[in-house]
Design a protein around this ligand. Structure first.
Ligand code: ATP
Length: 237
């Protein structure tokens, strides 16, 4: 593939037992881009991210990252190579403070960790709340913390699983600011979303997934030229 493709997924097939979740999914993420994968509930978005990150093994197909084949490479090793996953549901440790949640991330072996000062500068809202238990913050702030925690491992690439889920529009704005912040700081971003309205304006390239396959791909302008397509596949009609 071309040198500017950082992450490539080729003809991926993933099953849960006999239930097919991905049936020949292919997509590319260019270096430095913010790429979004849009799809409805159960379309296969989390399965795609989890397979790329190495939490699941595909039945067949390939995942290439930074010039190497990482198909089936477990998550602790993909993390060391610079892939960070911000999982669905945030998974911050509620009783621990913001600071402690970030310090937990320093246990990621074999990767330099970002200085806390850098994180406080990038996410001033977290700096103001560093001694607060994570569980007492708003959903948007918890999502921001999950993003900052991923940043602590100095990733080249950040995979985000539905960061807007369950958040009010005001909180979604906070989270998307945080995503823009890491992208501006140099991260390549693969963003999985159901919320096309917030994800499309931000991205360089978008893919639409339906029942385990890519059904459309293009720039935001190209996808927006067919609003019917998005409505149909995101179940908005
Ligand atoms: P969501 O927004 O609900 O997370 P998604 O697009 O991320 O949806 P996936 O979670 O990847 O979709 O699920 C893809 C398909 O695989 C769905 O049909 C789902 O029911 C099925 N699936 C997901 N996890 C499992 C599992 N642990 N066991 C069996 N089937 C599963």
């Amino acid at each position: 593939s071309q040198p500017d493709v950082l992450l490539a997924v080729e003809d991926l097939h993933v099953r849960y037992g006999t239930i097919p979740a991905l049936t020949g999914l292919s997509m590319e993420v260019r270096r430095g881009s913010l790429t979004t994968l849009l799809g409805a509930n159960g379309a296969g978005k989390s399965t795609t991210l989890n397979t790329v990150a190495g939490l699941m093994k595909p039945h067949s197909g390939r995942v290439r990252f930074d010039g190497r084949d990482i198909t089936g490479v477990p998550a602790h090793r993909t993390a060391r190579r610079g892939l960070a996953l911000v999982p669905e549901g945030r998974m911050v440790v509620a009783p621990l403070t913001v600071l402690e949640n970030l310090q937990l991330s320093s246990f990621a072996r074999g990767r330099r960790t970002a200085a806390l000062e850098e994180v406080w500068e990038m996410f001033p809202r977290l700096a103001e709340r560093k001694k607060q238990p994570a569980g007492l913050m708003s959903g948007g702030e918890q999502q921001m913390l999950a993003i900052a925690r991923a940043w602590m491992t100095k990733p080249t690439t950040v995979l985000l699983d539905e960061p807007s889920m369950g958040l009010s529009p005001a909180l979604v704005d906070i989270v998307f600011e945080a995503i823009s912040t890491i992208h501006a700081a140099g991260a390549t971003v693969l963003l999985v979303e159901q919320n096309a309205a917030v994800a499309l304006p931000l991205c360089d390239q978008a893919y639409l997934i339906h029942r385990g396959e890519i059904v459309a791909a293009g720039t935001p302008a190209e996808l927006e030229a067919d609003p019917d397509l998005i409505a149909r596949h995101l179940g908005l009609d």
